[in-house]
Design a protein around this ligand. Structure first.
Ligand code: DX5
Ligand code: ZN
Length: 218
C-alpha cells in the first residue's frame, strides 16, 4: 500500500492559510492533518470550528482531524458536518471508546484513536477491528516542533503485530517530530501515514520537502 504524507496545518502561516492550503493541494501530500486543541485535554489551544470550515472550503484532499479535546463525543456530528473525513479521538479522553468509534462511523467518517506516548498499544487490542486509524503520538500532544520520542519505533512494531494477528485493516499514523531522518525507519516498522508539521512548513521549499518525504517512503 502507498504510504501517505499528511502535512499538519498547525505549522502553516495562519495569516496566509489559503496560500498554504493551495500549496498542499498542489503537492504530493495525501491528507490535510488538522489539530484541534481545547486547552483542557492538552495545555494549548489551536483553533476551532470556524477555521476548520474555512479550511474545508479550499482543501481538495482527505481531511484528517486530530481531536485533542476532552469528551470528544459532544462534537462528532459537528466535525462530520464541517467536512472531516477521518476523525481521531484520544484514547485517554474517552470513557466509552467503543461507543465513540461507532458514533464516528455512523456519522460517515473513518474512526481514529490517538495514543499519548505513555499509553500502551496493547490497550487497543479488543477494539482493533473497529479502528480505521491508530495515531501514535511521537511527542506529547499540544505543540508542534517538538523532539521525536525514540521508543515510537517499538510501539509501531507492537501495534503492527496486533493488527496482523487480528487480520485488521487499521492504518498506523505517526504524529510529532517526523522528518526526513526518521520517516523511512517509521515506515519500515509498520507506519502507513506520516504527519509532518514544522518539517514541511518550516522548510525553504515545502513542495519539494513533501515530494522528498513521499519518495523516501514509497
Ligand atoms: C501535536 C500535533 C501534531 C503537530 C506535529 O500535538 O498533534 O500534529 O502539529 O507537528 P510537528 O511535525 O512539528 O512535530
Ligand atoms: Zn496531530
Amino acid at each position: 500500500m502507498t504510504k501517505l504524507i499528511a502535512p499538519s496545518i498547525l505549522a502553516a502561516d495562519f495569516a496566509n492559510l489559503q496560500r498554504d492550503i493551495e500549496m498542499v493541494n498542489q503537492s504530493e501530500a495525501d491528507w490535510f492533518h488538522i489539530d484541534i486543541m481545547d486547552g483542557v485535554f492538552v495545555p494549548n489551544i489551536s483553533f476551532g470550528m470556524p477555521v476548520l470550515k474555512a479550511i474545508s472550503k479550499h482543501a481538495k484532499k482527505t481531511i484528517d482531524v486530530h481531536l485533542m479535546i476532552a469528551d470528544p463525543d459532544r462534537y462528532i456530528q459537528t466535525f462530520a458536518d464541517l467536512g472531516a473525513n477521518v476523525l481521531t479521538v484520544h484514547y485517554e479522553a474517552c470513557t466509552h471508546l467503543h461507543r465513540t468509534l461507532q458514533t464516528i462511523k455512523a456519522a460517515g467518517m473513518e474512526a481514529g484513536v490517538a495514543l499519548n506516548p505513555h499509553t500502551n498499544v496493547s490497550l487497543l487490542e479488543d477494539v482493533i477491528k473497529d479502528i480505521d486509524l491508530v495515531c501514535i503520538m511521537s511527542v506529547n500532544p499540544g505543540f508542534g516542533g517538538q523532539k521525536f520520542i525514540q521508543n515510537t519505533y517499538d510501539k509501531v512494531a507492537k501495534l503492527k503485530e496486533i493488527i496482523v494477528k487480528h487480520n485488521a485493516t487499521t492504518k498506523i499514523e505517526i504524529d510529532g517530530g517526523v522528518n526526513a531522518d526518521n520517516a523511512e525507519a517509521l515506515v519500515n516498522a509498520g507506519a502507513d501515514v506520516l504527519v509532518a508539521g514544522s518539517f514541511v512548513f518550516g522548510s525553504a521549499d515545502p513542495l519539494a520537502t513533501i515530494k522528498d518525504l513521499k519518495q523516501k517512503v514509497n
